[in-house]
Design a protein around this ligand. Structure first.
Ligand code: GTP
Ligand code: MG
Length: 483
């Protein structure tokens, strides 16, 4: 923390602008060694340049390589943005140099900064410094990584609200009543003569229940949001040749899966990311499910069934005019027990029946009567399409979004804990449950105090107040260099 770090903050490669970031006590000094307001080297001394670097004022100038003092040369024309502590990203003195973006030019400027006294930063070190200088908490630092890695507008919105400190605030609100409760408990341990047998007050009991409830809600929100972070998994399943691969290609708007008139074309499951209305999905084309002796197909069918069980949404495909039976439905949507688990006990909830090849039905003028489907199919939404003629695909996409979003209970402004937060919340819950059981059984105050303290500490690991070095390393090592 006492040294000055530097890194290229923008991606490698050619581009309009590339940024070099310098942070630490010598940032201004190092920047002014490299910088000159004039392209005529030597006209300005380093001292004069130091005066030029006024905090939070963009300054135009040139980066000079003065390795050969008699013959200094201009490396690039740049804009310099000096920011005095604590009004910077790291809360230290920071200088950002906006140069032209090219691997060689940026590396050369970085090397100059390093030879002038800076050290190449570790991954995530700028953000780590912002955290250690208490400008941001751990949830905000993690949100920075989430913003960079966001794969959809909705995950970006969640990350941004976390970046503004919303989760930190809510975790602090959970810790507060627990800390108050603990101090009263400790007082009764420390001054047994003054405090009679400890009893939890009505409001403390209520607050404890509220904290437990809130932790449970956070965990639920994490589970819901996994959909949005990792993509909602949609498996396309059905008998061979019904047009599953054709539908996959239509949804992706490109030819990803092989389509042929030969039944059994798709063997291995084929996965691809897809964005509909800013929501990330992962779509999986699977082998056609049917009875077969072909060993390769059998393996493919097993994989297909696994994907169908794991999927958040199943597009069950049938050909227009084909026969529908409950028995076949059970075969296509295997392991009803697992499905019930996936679908909150309602197996009809996340299947869309996709009737394909309606172009053929129209030709034969024998459109299906969808009102008399057997019971297993009766409750699920039906969309008719022609994958070949690209008909009904927009309607299907709309249905997919409706069904998936309907199930997400949270609002877009909700605070979403990540997996690390979720584990800490689960630990907090287990300690709080022990406190509750202990209170009910009239356990000694010392034991209650230990459980309560542990619950407070585990909440503290979320914001970083009680996070260990290991946790910090794991988080910041996942960042890129320059962030
Ligand atoms: N007329 C018509 N033909 C279609 C339609 N959709 C797909 N097909 C044709 O049906 C045949 C099978 O299509 P695929 O997409 O390969 O079917 P699949 O379900 O992936 O087949 P498998 O991988 O073998 O299980 C191909 O010849 C497609 O051109 C459609 O909407 N109308
Ligand atoms: Mg196929």
């Amino acid at each position: 923390m006492n040294d000055t770090i530097a890194a290229i903050a923008t991606p490698y490669g050619s581009g309009g602008i590339g940024v070099i970031r310098i942070s630490g006590p010598r940032a201004f000094e190092i920047a002014s060694i490299l910088f000159s307001k004039t392209r005529v080297p030597g006209k300005y001394t380093a001292d004069q340049n130091t005066c030029v670097l006024v905090s939070h004022r963009v300054t135009h100038g040139f980066i000079l390589d003065k390795t050969d003092l008699d013959n200094p040369c201009v490396l690039d024309e740049v804009l310099m943005i000096p920011m005095r502590a604590p009004r910077s990203y790291t809360a230290e003195d920071v200088v950002e140099i906006q140069a032209h973006s090219g691997t060689i030019v940026l590396r050369s400027i970085l090397e100059l900064a390093i030879s002038s006294g800076a050290r190449l930063s570790e991954p995530g070190e700028f953000t780590k410094r912002a955290f250690l200088n208490q400008r941001i908490d751990l949830t905000q630092a993690e949100a920075v990584a989430d913003i960079i890695n966001a794969r959809s507008v909705s995950s970006l919105k969640f990350a941004s609200s976390q970046n503004l400190g919303e989760l930190r605030l809510q975790i602090q609100q959970l810790r507060e009543p627990l800390i108050n409760f603990l101090s009263r408990l400790e007082a009764s341990i420390d001054f047994p003569d003054e405090v009679e047998t400890f009893e939890i007050s009505l409001s403390e009991a209520e607050q404890l229940d509220q904290v437990i409830e809130k932790c449970q809600k956070f965990i639920q929100q994490h589970n819901d949001a996994c959909f949005l972070r990792d993509g909602i998994r949609i498996a396309i399943g059905g008998e061979p040749n019904v047009g599953k691969s054709s539908l996959m290609n239509r949804l992706l708007e490109r030819d990803k899966s092989i389509v042929t008139p030969i039944p059994g074309t798709t063997r291995d499951p084929i996965e691809e990311g897809l964005n509909i209305d800013g929501i990330p999905f992962v779509i999986i084309d699977t082998a056609g499910i049917h009875e077969t002796d072909d060993l390769v197909e059998i393996i493919g069918i097993e994989k297909a069934k696994d994907h169908i069980i794991d999927a958040d949404l199943i597009l069950l495909m049938k050909e227009s005019g084909s026969v529908f039976s409950d028995k076949e439905f059970q075969k296509m949507i295997p392991s009803a027990k697992n499905q019930e688990k996936n679908m909150d006990g309602n197996p009809d909830k996340k299947v869309i029946l996709v009737i394909n090849k309606i172009d053929l039905a129209q030709e034969n003028s024998d459109k299906m009567d969808l009102t008399s489907l057997p019971p297993a199919y009766a409750k699920i939404p039906v969309i008719e399409i022609s994958a070949l003629l690209n008909q009904g695909i927009g309607q299907l996409k709309k249905k997919i979004v409706d069904i998936c979003i309907r199930d997400l209970s949270m609002e877009t402004s909700a605070v979403i804990p990540n997996l690390r937060h979720k584990k800490a919340l689960e630990l907090t819950l287990s300690f709080l449950e022990s406190v509750k059981i202990g209170l009910a059984r009239g356990q000694e105050e010392e034991t209650l105090a230990i459980d309560l303290k542990n619950s407070i500490d585990s909440l503290g690991t979320i914001t970083g107040e009680t996070a260990s070095i290991d946790i910090l390393d794991t988080i910041f090592n996942n960042f890129c260099i320059g962030k």
